[in-house]
Design a protein around this ligand. Structure first.
Ligand SMILES: Cc1ncc(COP(=O)(O)O)c(C=O)c1O
Length: 393
C-alpha cells in the first residue's frame, strides 16, 4: 500500500502525541527513578472494596451491565451527592456511570458541543480537555491561572466568553495547581453562565481532597446552576483505585441523556464487577473520607517540606494529589529540561507544568510533583532531591 502523503492522525488530533504522563512514567521505568510524575497512589484502596469486586466477579456479575450503570451504583452516587453536597438527584435519569471521569468528560463535550462552538476553560488544564474539545470540533478559550496564588482574574474570565461560548469546563479541586476554587470565584463563573445562558461541565475527581479545613463547593450547588451543570467525578482518586475506571456524570435529565447518547458509542457500558464494589465504597462511613483526606494532607506536608529543603519554592496546594514548585529558586528556568534531567540528577521523575499551559511563559518554571505515595517513598524522594540543594550550594 502506498504511504499516505501525511501522517495517519487526523488534523483534529494534530499536536496531541503521547501524553506527558505516559512519557514521564516510561522515563521513570527506564531510569529506575522514583515516579512522582503520574497521579496514582502506590498503595491500594480499602480491602473491603476490593473484596466486594472479587465477590461480584465470583457472583457472576461479569457480563454487560445496564447502559446507565447498575441501579445500586446509581443509587449510591445519588446518596453520595446528597450526603456530601446536598444535591438531590433521581438515580433513574440524572446519574450516568462512565468509564472513569475521562470518558464522562469526552462524552459530555462530544454530546454538547457543535463544531465551531467555544469552550471556556482554565489553564493550566488537565490534558484530556484540550484533546476532547478538539475531537468535538470545538475551540478552547482559556483563562490563565497565574502562580503563586492562581487567582481568577475577573477581566480575563469575561474576555474568554463570546457569542459562540457553549459551555464552561471547570476543574475544582484543580489539577495541576492544587487550587480549590472558592465560593466567590465560582459565583463569578456562575454569573457568566446564567447571564449568557451557557452550560457548565465540572470535573470534581478530587472532591474529597481539600485540605486545611477548606470546603469543596460543587458549581451545581450555586443558584441557577443545578439546571445547567453536568457534574463529573470518579472513584479512582477517592478510593485509591485509579485502575478501575469507574466514573459518573450527574445533572438534569436532558443533559445526562445527551451525555449517555455519546457514552453508549464510546464504551457502551463500564466494568460490571467494579460497579458493584464502588456502590459499596460510596457507602463507607464519613470516617473513611475524613481519614483519607487527613492522610493526604500529611503527605502534602511531607513532600512540601522535602521540596523546600531541596531549595525549591513550593506553591502549597489547597487540594488534590499534587504540589507545584518554582525552579527559579535554584537558578533553573525551563521546567521541561529540568524534568528530563531530573532522573539523572536526583533519581526522581516529575512533570513539567508547562505542558498544561497555552501561555507557556507562565508555566515554564513550574514543575509538578505527586504526593499520593507511601511515606517511605516520599522520604526517599526528598532525600534524593536534597542533592539539588547541595549541588547548588
Ligand atoms: C482533573 C482530572 N480529571 C480527570 C482525571 C481522570 O479521572 P479517571 O481516572 O476517573 O478517568 C484525572 C486523573 O488524573 C484528573 O486529574
Amino acid at each position: 500500500m502506498a504511504a499516505p502523503a501525511r501522517g495517519h492522525l487526523t488534523g483534529r488530533l494534530a499536536g496531541f502525541g503521547t501524553t506527558i504522563f505516559a512519557e514521564m512514567s516510561a522515563l521513570a521505568a527506564r531510569t529506575g527513578a522514583i515516579n512522582l510524575g503520574q497521579g496514582f497512589p502506590d498503595s491500594d484502596g480499602p480491602a473491603e472494596v476490593i473484596e466486594a469486586a472479587v465477590e461480584a466477579m465470583r457472583g457472576g456479575h461479569n457480563q454487560y451491565p445496564p447502559g446507565p450503570g447498575i441501579p445500586a451504583l446509581r443509587a449510591a452516587i445519588a446518596a453520595h451527592q446528597r450526603r456530601f453536597h446536598g444535591i438531590e438527584l433521581d438515580p433513574d435519569g440524572e446519574v450516568l456511570v462512565t468509564t472513569g471521569a475521562t470518558e464522562a468528560i469526552a462524552a459530555a463535550l462530544l454530546a454538547l458541543c457543535e463544531a465551531g462552538d467555544e469552550v471556556v476553560t482554565f489553564e493550566p488544564y488537565y490534558d484530556s480537555y484540550a484533546a476532547c474539545i478538539a475531537l468535538a470540533g470545538a475551540r478552547r478559550r482559556v483563562v490563565t491561572l497565574r502562580p503563586p496564588d492562581y487567582g481568577l482574574d475577573p477581566d480575563a474570565l469575561a474576555a474568554a466568553f463570546s457569542p459562540r461560548t457553549r459551555l464552561v469546563l471547570l476543574n475544582s479541586p484543580h489539577n495541576p495547581t492544587g487550587k480549590v476554587f472558592d465560593r466567590a470565584e465560582l459565583e463569578l463563573v456562575a454569573r457568566h453562565c446564567r447571564e449568557r445562558d451557557v452550560l457548565a461541565v465540572t470535573d470534581e475527581v478530587y472532591e474529597h481532597l481539600v485540605f486545611d479545613g477548606r470546603e469543596h463547593v460543587p458549581l451545581a450547588t450555586l443558584p441557577g446552576m443545578g439546571e445547567r451543570t453536568v457534574t463529573i467525578s470518579s472513584a479512582g482518586k477517592t478510593f485509591s483505585l485509579t485502575g478501575w475506571k469507574i466514573g459518573w456524570a450527574c445533572g438534569p435529565r436532558e443533559l445526562v441523556a445527551a451525555v449517555q447518547t455519546a457514552k453508549q458509542f464510546l464504551t457502551f457500558v463500564s466494568g460490571a464487577p467494579f460497579q458493584h464494589a464502588i456502590a459499596h465504597a460510596l457507602a463507607l462511613p464519613d470516617a473513611y473520607f475524613q481519614s483519607f483526606r487527613a492522610g493526604l494532607q500529611a503527605k502534602r506536608d511531607r513532600l512540601c517540606a522535602g521540596l523546600e529543603a531541596a531549595g525549591l519554592e513550593v506553591l502549597r496546594p489547597a487540594g488534590t494529589y499534587f504540589v507545584n514548585a518554582d525552579i527559579r529558586a535554584i537558578g533553573e528556568h525551563d521546567g521541561h529540561a529540568f524534568c528530563l534531567a531530573l532522573p539523572q540528577r536526583a533519581g526522581v521523575v516529575a512533570v513539567p507544568t508547562v505542558v498544561f499551559y497555552d501561555a507557556e511563559d507562565v508555566g515554564r518554571p513550574l514543575v509538578r510533583f505527586a504526593f499520593c505515595k507511601r511515606d517511605d517513598v516520599i522520604d526517599e524522594a526528598a532525600a534524593r532531591l536534597a542533592r539539588l540543594a547541595s549541588a547548588g550550594a
